[in-house]
Design a protein around this ligand. Structure first.
Ligand code: ARG
Length: 563
């Protein structure tokens, strides 16, 4: 990797000056000044009791006198108050580009220690239809999983269905009241009964208590309820699968909250030293002296003996620890659940349930409509996913007459690209406005723009044969910018992984598409008579195409045949 190579070079020079230190090289913050920079002069200055300027100038001088200087750099300068600015030589850029062309995963360095990540995302709730709010945890979680796996780590994904909450009690109450047989429980029926029962419970205290009792009895193993529950889970779960399939989102485990029940006794055993009894309920105090605002205790078991959301999460952690010994467990869910996860994580740390495993909550902002309120589809009340997909399809088809001739499969890929690029280009923690018209456009920062760019490059490369060697030339600024951006792939992926932000990769992809388009517009590749230059440029396009393809896969975007 380029930054590593520069770091090694700098360290050698620094050592010759008598400083025994590691340094870090990063992509420049000010591209108009240089390509890469090193900010370590400040740190070295402290250690060696000199000014950053003195240290910086000594290092720059040493670099300039190095026999490798010309091979590596066009220019290296010191910039106040303590930066070393580096502009790379064409030779070095091309050597690195060549390496990306030749090696698997573009020559990316794989980790020396492979970590195991459990990823908990999706989180659909059984018996309730999947809606727009479930898009983000599915998309961000799946992309995070693909990035982690691409970077060489082991992943285990779990949908963690919400399948033991009050909604199940409500639906069972409805089924009993309607005197429905097991075979009569269909998706249509569930979609009809759940909202009815949910609003009934809001009005009628008696029904609400009944539903809570049914939920409790179900959890305690009541056979009749279990039978109905299995059927509800099957019908509703299949529909979730179908929708996740459409989105290209998949899971290794289709577990739910209910699957954690067998682990509750062992979990209680581990937690017993931190569980307290308060008004008949079992609670775990989790506040810490450093809290600005006191954190309420986690409720582990209600006074009627029922277990709660937090209990199932703790028992699931117990199960995951036993089965997978993960290094990390990542939860991707709505930011409004941050208190819940903080309580759970603290209970784990306090009790030693997780030992060295790191627990992380990847909170998500809300998807809003153009009115700034939480997004709704045209039908208004229940923004279900099928309706949303149809709406996007409609808008995309209405944009251009030819779009109507496209293959169904290709249209679905574009719908997916519109949705996913709209979502993943935003920092996951922020709310964003889902403006279908804007995100369906082939110009702008959109999925269709990137797909269009990809297909255009693919077309240029059709039926050309490339010589695998490229020259040491860089022909102009557009060309240089494109090459440098290609070299930044590894740094972008590493940041996306480290920060848990697929948006950093989405940004990388967009910039790559933009630079490739600008390059193509300003430079006539096809008309070139110089065979070497033509091969260089076509090879550069081929690399761009391959990078786009693999990176689009990491943000769950499939490429259509035509558009
Ligand atoms: N089912 C939950 C919801 O819809 C999300 C689940 C998140 N994951 C977890 N392990 N709690 O709110």
């Amino acid at each position: 990797m380029i930054t590593k190579k520069l770091e090694q070079f700098l360290e050698e020079e620094i050592q010759k000056l008598g400083y025994e230190e590691k340094v870090r090289v990063i992509v420049s913050n000010r591209r108009e000044l240089c390509d890469y920079q090193c900010d370590d002069c400040f740190r070295l200055a402290k250690i060696y009791h000199k000014s950053p300027m003195e240290i910086g100038n000594r290092i720059v001088e040493a670099i300039q006198n190095s026999p490798k200087y010309a091979e590596y750099f066009k220019e290296v300068t010191f910039a106040n108050p303590g930066f070393i600015n580096m502009t790379l030589s064409d030779t070095l850029i091309n050597q690195q580009v060549r390496c990306m062309m030749e090696k698997e995963k573009f020559g990316m360095e794989m980790p020396s220690k492979i970590d195991t990540y459990v990823l908990d995302y999706g989180g659909a709730n059984i018996a309730k239809p999947l809606h727009v709010g479930h898009l983000r945890p599915a998309i961000v979680g799946e992309s995070m999983k693909r990035i982690i796996a691409y970077m060489g780590h082991k992943t285990i994904s779990d949908v963690h269905l919400g399948d033991y909450g009050l909604q199940i009690g409500q639906v069972i109450y409805g089924i009993l009241k309607d005197q429905k047989q097991v075979e009569e429980i269909t998706l249509e029926y569930l979609e009809d009964i759940y909202p009815k029962m949910s609003s009934l419970c809001k009005e009628d205290e008696f029904v609400k208590t009944e539903c809570a009792n049914i939920t409790k009895d179900l959890q305690d193993g009541n056979l009749e309820y279990q039978l109905l529950f299995q059927k509800i889970k099957e019908v509703s779960g299949n529909d979730c699968k179908r929708l996740y399939d459409y989105l290209g989102v998949s899971f290794d485990l289709w577990n739910g909250e209910s699957d954690s029940y067998p682990y509750i006794p062992s979990t209680t055993e581990v937690l017993k030293n931190i569980i307290e009894v308060s008004e008949g309920a079992k609670i775990i105090p989790v506040s810490e002296v450093t809290d600005a605002k006191e954190l309420p205790p986690l409720i582990y078991q209600k006074s009627n003996g029922a277990y709660l959301y937090a209990t199932t999460d703790l028992a699931t952690i117990y199960e995951r620890m036993e089965k997978y010994h993960p290094d990390y467990i990542l939860y991707v869910a709505d930011s409004r659940q941050s208190l819940h996860f903080e309580q759970v994580f603290r209970a784990c740390r306090k009790s030693g349930l997780t030992k060295n495993t790191k627990l992380e909550f990847l909170g998500l902002g809300t998807i809003n409509g153009t009115d700034g309120k939480p997004f709704k589809t045209r039908s208004g009340t229940a923004p279900k996913l099928d309706a949303l997909f149809e709406q996007i399809k409609g808008i995309f088809l209405s944009q251009k007459e030819d779009n109507k001739d496209m293959e169904e499969e290709d249209i679905d890929k574009i719908v997916n690209a519109i949705l996913k690029f709209a979502d993943l280009q935003n920092n996951r923690e922020r709310d964003y406005i889902f403006d279908i018209r804007k995100f369906s456009n082939v110009v702008g920062k959109t999925g269709p723009y990137i797909l269009y760019t990809f297909l255009r490059i693919q077309k240029i490369l059709e039926s050309v044969s490339l010589d695998s060697n490229i020259s040491n030339h860089i022909y102009n600024e557009d060309d240089r910018k494109l090459r440098l951006h290609l070299l930044e792939l590894e740094a972008s992926l590493n940041s996306a992984l480290k920060e848990r932000l697929p948006s950093l990769l989405a940004d990388y992809i967009y910039t790559l598409a933009l630079l490739a388009n600008t390059f193509y517009q300003n430079n006539r590749i096809q008309g070139l008579t110089d065979e070497v230059q033509k091969n260089d440029w076509l090879s550069l396009f081929n690399l761009t195409k391959n990078v786009l393809k693999e990176m689009l896969n990491l943000i769950i975007i499939d490429i259509p045949q035509f558009m």
